[in-house]
Design a protein around this ligand. Structure first.
Ligand SMILES: Nc1nc2c(c(=O)[nH]1)N[C@H]1C(S)=C(S)[C@@H](COP(=O)(O)O)O[C@H]1N2
Ligand SMILES: [Mo]
Length: 518
């Protein structure tokens, strides 16, 4: 036995084990597509990792990958899995059956984690167990062939290249296993009928006509090139959530249970909800993770039923001070009862910009509460309103170190010119958006280099619940310039220059752009 052939055999074992794992993973996905899409081994492990991640990890992931954080996580898991699979191959060749044990253990870990997921059912562990068992079986079989090749070569009963042929045979079979794994994965995608079904149901839905609407005045839109439109198209609306697999909720089986500290438990079905008087309102939604100058904020027309109308039926008891909203996927948000009943347009929303909610924005029903960051108010795929107290329960992000309450802070952003933009000297324009949702903005001031603060022109605000566009003409002189902006709230407060990071309750500081004028 030469060292070279040993190394070659190790390599062949690594390839075989990785191929077996690709096949196992593919079969796991196929099993998940049949029993329950959210039980996919990748979704289960990724979801578990997201839930275990500490507070800073949310921001770090958003910083590093933007809203592609989920794809990055899945790629990371896949790479890690293949590294472990490769090691298991070497282990199996040298110390059988320990390689198989490692692969089965991976499946068992997935099965155990699957039980901890919010939407776990009795079949949830099946896909992970299928994946682990298939990977172990195929890896064991392939590596055994490698070992047999060695045995026959060593005993001298076969020709000298018997080893090579066996190794090549194992590599060829590994190729077949990878192909089968890829086909199984493709099959699982084709079989994801649940997602297609809900997409079709959504497409066929007709939204009820609102009893009251909010008009969007023409003067709310300044119409400046490069300035964020006052209403964000749904396709451009930022998306933030912990759901690795977007929940697929059929309105015909959706229910909302209102319970806890209430005199009367209430269960609403979709037909009950759409039969109630609907309100259409415009509100800006911001993520607490939005950095100064960031884009995790959008403004949309929302259609839905005021949450206070639902709470009125349930009659919260005097001791209640919070509503913990639950999503079908286990996410929770703690919203002060006071905010939900003070008369603002806090909605159980079913429509966004004139259409049913997009599936990734919470179809069929989500919450929208003007004035609060999304993490304490905007529960998507909402299924439960638990009336409780702040000293008895905590929302998802609060238990991970974020603040218990999250009123949106006074902020303003420069959209034009873009950071690092090349601007031609002469008359141009500086423009952006400003907000303190549910308080309103009375002015925006702009400073160029160390010059005086100049008052910008505000567009007509749709309401205090939305951001407002602003602009300032600028006679740009050649050279490099620093532009800063700050908002003044409707209550006369000036946006603070003190910088704070997003955690634990929202970023502060002034947005600033450096532009070079030619
Ligand atoms: N079910 C569920 N709802 C959720 C979240 C979540 O992770 N899961 N994230 C919240 C956060 S942090 C924000 S900022 C908003 C974002 O809503 P959007 O994705 O529609 O923009 O949803 C909120 N609702
Ligand atoms: Mo958020």
């Amino acid at each position: 036995m030469t060292p070279v052939s040993n190394r070659r055999r190790d390599l062949a074992a690594i390839v075989a084990s990785i191929a077996a794992t690709v096949l196992g993973a593919g079969l796991g996905e196929l099993a998940a597509a049949i029993v329950s899409p959210t039980a996919s081994p990748f979704a289960v492990i990724g979801g578990g990792m997201i839930d275990l991640a500490p507070a800073w990890a949310k921001d770090l992931a958003i910083d590093l990958f933007g809203t592609g954080d989920k794809a990055a996580l899945l790629v990371g898991i896949a790479v890690l899995l293949l590294v472990v699979a490769g090691a298991a191959g070497v282990l199996e060749r040298r110390r059988a059956p320990w390689g198989r044990v490692v692969l089965v253990a991976l499946g068992v870990i997935g099965a155990i984690v699957s039980f901890t997921r919010a939407d776990a059912g009795p079949l949830s562990p099946v896909p992970s167990l299928v994946a682990g068992a298939a990977a172990a079986f195929v890896a064991g079989w392939l590596v055994a062939r490698l070992r047999r090749g060695r045995a026959s070569a060593a005993s001298g009963t076969s020709s000298a290249d018997d080893d090579g042929v066996t190794r090549r045979g194992v590599l060829a079979l590994s190729g077949v296993a990878v192909l089968a794994g890829v086909m199984a994965t493709a099959g699982s995608l084709a079989l994801s009928g649940g997602a297609r079904a809900v997409t079709a149901i959504r497409a066929a839905l007709r939204l009820p006509t609102p009893a009251t609407t909010t008009a969007v005045p023409a003067a709310a839109e300044l119409g400046i090139d490069g300035l964020t439109p006052v209403i964000t198209p749904s396709a451009d609306f930022y998306r933030i959530d912990t759901a690795l697999v977007v929940p697929q909720v059929d309105p015909s089986t959706w229910t909302l249970r209102v319970h806890g500290l209430v005199e009367q438990e209430v269960v609403l079905r979709w037909d009950d909800l759409v039969a109630l008087p609907q309100k259409e309102t415009v509100a800006t939604l911001s993520c607490v993770s939005n950095e100064v100058g960031g884009t995790l904020i959008g403004n949309a027309r929302w259609l839905g039923v005021p949450i206070r109308d639902i709470l009125e039926r349930a009659k919260p008891t005097a001791e209640a001070d919070m509503v913990l909203s639950h999503s079908v996927d286990g996410f929770t948000a703690s919203t002060p009862l006071e905010v939900l009943t003070d008369g603002r347009d806090a909605l159980l929303a079913i429509g966004m910009n004139g259409e049913p909610l997009p599936i990734e924005h919470g179809f069929p029903v989500r919450m929208v509460v003007p004035g609060l960051y999304g993490y304490v108010s905007a529960t998507k795929w909402v299924s439960e309103l638990e009336v409780t107290r702040f000293d008895r329960a905590e929302g998802y992000w609060t238990s991970r170190g974020w603040s218990e309450r999250g009123p949106v802070k006074l902020q303003s952003r420069i959209d034009v010119p873009r950071s690092g933009a090349q601007v031609a000297a002469g008359e141009t324009v500086i423009a952006g958006v400003a907000w303190q949702i549910h308080v309103g903005v009375s002015g925006v001031e702009v400073q160029i280099d160390d010059g005086p603060w100049q008052r910008a022109t505000l567009a007509t605000a749709i309401s205090a619940d939305t951001w407002v566009q602003w602009s300032l003409p600028w006679n740009a002189t050649s050279g490099s310039h620093v532009i800063r902006c700050r908002a003044v709230s409707a209550t006369g407060e000036t946006q603070t220059s003190a910088t704070a990071p997003p955690a634990p309750d929202g970023a502060t500081g002034w947005d600033q752009r450096t532009v070079s004028v030619a």
